[in-house]
Design a protein around this ligand. Structure first.
Ligand code: SF4
Length: 259
């Protein structure tokens, strides 16, 4: 199906289901997807090359200059965004100077748009590295992915490299000591002949158990909204997401639903 890649370092602002008016920052190369995962629902398409490119990442200076220019322009028009969001063509923490980029963004945000939240969407696969973990913790909204509590589903749904298991991701999430938001994408479908459904009772129980162990500030439960590389994936209806959210809230964790 028709997935897409962002063509600029800064994109938007766009109206985001989860973040309000969001100005996007794409920290990975503009012409290809770069990620440690290869999620079957990724709106950027498949991860074709898991080897990190040695070039193509926008420099820290280019990102800072582009952001400053855009925020100046938006401020002039009186249309400052609710969020400055690291999203784009893959995993933002792969940027070789991710921590420096976070610091620049906070500084520029404070100068031009102090009400905007600095938001990172990450799969948490590199959060075991202290520099990356500390930078993620400096974001106003540190939103990290956990789609399942079952290893086989993790391998099918998120398709990490062989060196990363679900245990590694859980370990990384716990390192934030509750200073995180977990995003869980719910989906049904099949891939490589295997059925995938992270809404079954077994899956929900496994997730609830992990949410309870990790105790994030908040959980965002959502489903696909755009085209995906695997055809036939099923969007989870809003009432089902709401029923899952009600069970999460029984754990005492604030939960938002985005259908
Ligand atoms: S972690 Fe995010 S960017 Fe990477 S493959 Fe999954 S959905 Fe796409």
């Amino acid at each position: 199906m028709a997935t897409f890649l962002f063509e600029d370092v800064i994109f938007g602002p766009v109206n985001s289901r989860r973040l309000g008016v969001s100005l996007g920052l794409n920290l990975v190369p503009v012409n290809r997807k770069v990620c440690t995962f290869n999620c079957i629902y990724c709106e950027c398409g498949w991860t074709n090359d898991r080897h990190l490119p040695s070039d193509g990442f926008p420099s820290r200076e280019l990102i800072a200059d582009s952001l400053e220019k855009k925020l100046r322009e938006l401020r002039g028009g009186g249309l400052l965004p609710d969020a400055l969001t690291y999203a784009g063509n893959g995993e933002p923490t792969l940027h070789p100077d991710f921590a420096g980029v976070i610091d620049d963004t906070i500084r520029i945000r404070d100068k031009y748009s102090p009400e905007s939240k600095v938001v990172v969407l990450s799969n948490a696969s590199l959060a075991n590295r202290p520099g990356i973990r500390e930078a993620l913790a400096r974001a106003d909204r540190n939103i990290l992915k956990l789609d399942t509590g079952i290893e086989d589903t993790f391998q099918l749904l998120n398709q990490p490299p062989a060196s990363i298991s679900l245990k590694d991701i859980i370990h990384n999430l716990k390192l934030f000591d509750r200073n995180l938001i977990i995003q869980t994408l719910f989906i049904r479908g099949s891939h490589k002949g295997a059925v995938i459904d992270n809404t079954t009772e077994e899956e929900i129980k496994a997730l609830l158990s992990l949410y309870n162990e990790i105790m994030p500030d908040e959980i965002q439960a959502y489903t696909i909204a755009r085209d995906t590389p695997v055809t036939g994936l099923e969007k989870i209806p809003l009432p089902e997401l709401e029923a899952i959210a009600a069970r999460i809230e029984e754990l005492g964790i604030e939960t938002s639903v985005f259908g």
